[in-house]
Design a protein around this ligand. Sequence first.
Ligand code: ATP
Length: 133
Amino acid sequence: MPTINVNVVTPDGKVYDGDVDMVSVRTVDGELGILPKHIPLVAPLTVGAVRLKNGSNVEKVAVSGGFVEVRPDQVTILAEAAELPSGINVERATEAKNRAEKRLNEIKQDQIDIKRAQLALKRANNRLNVASK
Ligand code: ATP
C-alpha cells in the first residue's frame, strides 16, 4: 500500500515526521483528506486535529492554525503550535479554557477581545479533545 510522508513543524521545531496511509487536516474551508499522489496545494489551517491514519491506527496532533503544503509524496504542516497527545498538559489547557470562558462572560463591547477569547477557547478545547483520544 502506498504511503505519504508527513511532517508537522512549528517555530519550536519538528513535532511529527512519519509515513502514513492518509492524513486529514482542518483547513479554513473544511476537513481535507489527503492520500498519496494528491494534487499539489497550499491551504491555511484553522485550530483543529490533524489525523494520521496507518491501517486501523489513528494518531492525532492538536494544531493551532498555520498552513498545509501538499505534494504527491509529502505533506508539510507548518503550524503556529502543535502537540501530540503525550505533549499536552491537560491542566494547562483546562485553565486556559476556564480563563477564556470567564472572559467571554465578562466582555461586553470589545470585538477584538471577544475574538481573542473565542480563539483561546478553541485552542484549549482542541487540546483537551486530542488529549482525551
Ligand atoms: P496558554 O494560555 O495556556 O498559553 P495558548 O492557547 O495561548 O495557551 P499558544 O499560544 O497556542 O497557547 O501556545 C504557546 C506555546 O505553548 C506553544 O509552544 C504550545 O505548543 C504550548 N502550549 C500551549 N498550551 C499547551 C498545553 N496545554 N500543553 C502543552 N503545550 C501547550
